[in-house]
Design a protein around this ligand. Structure first.
Ligand code: CAA
Length: 275
């Protein structure tokens, strides 16, 4: 792959968009490589993914403006569909995906982060949907996911004004779950950069997720995602079915068995088997 790298650390997979010359902007090739990378993830051996960008300046600076600049109406629609298909695949990916937003998350960059389950960012992160300043609408799900995440009023303000926001504001409106800054020692020397702390924080969260019963975690993701698309009566039925499914798993027996075991037989971390 030219633009996407994948590393496996225990149960956690790290997907990195690596096109630094264009601040990791998404052209067709990057979208295709992302799709191929996700499709190749070994779901038996992987329980959580982290999606990040290479470098310390940009997560993803949007869809590729050069590539979009000459598109016709039909080509524009097809490009939107391409991005939407890949982002929907990420959103519905069976295991959780954490976006580690290490800088600019603009346009398609903000949109890809919103297709992830959880967003963490470094304190230099900048979020925004600048599309109307370029004469287009957000095209990779921004009009839909931003409104669902932060409410229609705030989404409309951000999209209509095309105004970017900094990490602290993204945290305030609930777009990101946490913001990481550099660690500085008593003499003022940086001992860990914001990006290093962000990745460490994302890995810690991913490892915590990976330590839980994998089928239960997957079912939670499906229940939340699918339930949000329907009314509450249908949603609780979705939950009931996924809850019921867990009772067929060995992990449910291991988890509850450990809770009910005598104190001297309990283990601190149940070795869940993904079965
Ligand atoms: N597409 C293509 N190339 C991009 C890009 C993008 N979205 N963003 C940055 N680049 C390129 C620049 O053209 C530049 O390339 P050259 O060195 O070859 O000139 C390189 O990355 C570095 O960028 P800058 O010199 O502009 O860096 P900067 O630090 O001065 O500014 C920035 C950084 C504020 C992020 C600025 O690059 C910028 O505004 N980028 C565009 C952001 C944007 O509008 N994104 C939305 C795109 S539309 C979209 O995403 C539609 C959709 O919903 C599907």
């Amino acid at each position: 792959m030219e633009f996407v790298t994948y590393e496996q650390e225990g149960y956690v997979g790290i997907v990195t968009i690596n096109r630094p010359k264009a601040l990791n902007a998404l052209n067709s090739a990057v979208l295709e490589e992302l799709e191929a990378t996700f499709k190749a993830v070994d779901l038996e051996a992987t329980r959580c993914l982290i999606l990040t960008g290479a470098g310390d300046k940009s997560f993803v600076a949007g869809a590729d403006i050069g590539e979009m600049s000459t598109l016709t109406k039909a080509e524009g629609e097809a490009f939107g569909k391409k991005g939407n298909d890949v982002f929907r695949m990420i959103e519905t990916f069976p295991i959780p995906v954490i976006a580690a937003v290490n800088g600019f998350a603009l346009g398609g960059g903000c949109e890809i982060s919103m297709s992830c389950d959880i967003r963490l960012c470094s304190d230099n992160a900048v979020f925004g949907q600048p599309e109307v300043g370029l004469g287009i609408t957000p095209g990779f799900g921004g009009t839909q996911r931003l409104a669902r995440l932060v409410g229609a009023g705030m989404a409309k303000q951000l999209i209509y004004t095309a105004r970017n926001i900094k990490a602290a504001d993204a945290y305030r409106i609930g777009l990101v779950n946490d913001v990481f800054k550099a660690t500085v020692d008593e003499e003022g020397n940086v001992t860990a950069t914001a990006q290093e702390n962000l990745l460490a924080g994302a890995k810690k969260m991913a490892a915590g997720i990976a330590a839980n019963a994998p089928i239960a975690v997957r079912n939670c993701k499906k229940a939340i995602n699918d339930g949000l698309q329907v009314n509450i009566d249908e949603a609780i039925v979705i939950e009931e079915k996924l809850f019921g499914d867990c009772f067929e798993t060995e992990d449910q027996k291991a988890g509850m068995g450990n809770f009910l075991a005598p104190k001297d037989k309990k283990v601190k971390v149940v070795p869940f088997q993904n079965k």
